[in-house]
Design a protein. Structure first.
Ligand SMILES: Cc1ncc(COP(=O)(O)OP(=O)(O)O)c(N)n1
Ligand SMILES: Cc1ncsc1CCOP(=O)(O)O
Ligand SMILES: [Mg+2]
Length: 209
């Protein structure tokens, strides 16, 4: 079955760190797939188009073997070319309705809504499958990210799509964000910079119990 249909809409949404070397990236991702992430996003802000195509294709194979959906950041055309399970679009990353048309009914199309409930309502109306808010905490990966407050998650809980929280989320601060209404926590450094990424994934998962 298409992982985007079968995957749980709750848990750890791991996002890849920028990496120029594909083999080490695949080894790091294999560890977190084994540890039980719910979704994976391929994000690489520095690679060439050819490297992004190669890395996304290799990650898709690994994700398929675990029944985990792969979502491509920024580039729904790349997601369509490789047959990925979805795309994540922020401001300026393209049109949600066009991405939906290209990727199909079951695709996981996410929208960055930052700290803005109005953006979230518009994204859902345009066909987004999930909405993402944050940064909730200072982010080591994106220090200048716009900040959001946890109360926003309660205000948008009725929109009928999973809510993703991002930005500086660690196993120590994730629980109140989940209690505030996050269905998934999207994490880069808290997983991939952890001394033991598998243990970090397990610690995040425990915040959903
Ligand atoms: C799950 C999730 N939420 C937010 C973002 C950020 O998207 P964007 O604002 O387009 O910034 P970049 O990631 O492209 O730098 C995301 N990627 N994933
Ligand atoms: C892409 C993005 N958007 C807001 S914060 C962020 C980075 C998240 O990374 P980290 O989990 O290391 O804070
Ligand atoms: Mg983007």
């Amino acid at each position: 079955m298409n992982p985007s249909v079968a995957a749980p809409h709750r848990g750890v949404y791991a996002i890849t760190p920028d990496s120029a070397d594909t083999e080490p990236l695949l080894r790091r991702v294999a560890v977190v797939l084994d540890a039980g992430i719910a979704w994976l996003q391929y994000r690489n802000k520095t690679a060439s188009a050819a490297l992004r195509h190669a890395q996304a294709s290799a990650l898709l194979q690994a994700c398929r073997a675990h029944g985990v959906p792969l979502i491509v950041n920024d580039d729904w055309q790349l997601a369509a070319r490789i047959g990925a399970d979805g795309a994540h679009l922020g401001e300026g990353d393209g049109d949600i309705a066009r991405a939906r048309e290209a990727l199909g009914h079951d695709a996981l199309i996410g929208a960055s809504c930052y700290d803005d409930a109005g953006l979230a309502r518009a994204a859902v109306a345009a066909g987004a499958s999930y909405i993402a808010f944050g940064a909730f905490f200072p982010s080591p990966t994106k220090p200048n990210a716009r900040r959001a407050a946890p109360a926003l998650l309660a205000a948008t809980a009725g929109l009928g799509v999973p809510q993703v929280a991002i930005g500086g989320i660690t196993p120590d601060n994730a629980r109140p964000i989940v209690s505030a209404g996050a269905d998934l926590v999207a994490v880069i450094s808290g997983v991939f910079d952890a001394p033991d990424p598998a243990a970090a994934v397990r610690a995040y998962r425990a915040c959903f119990d």
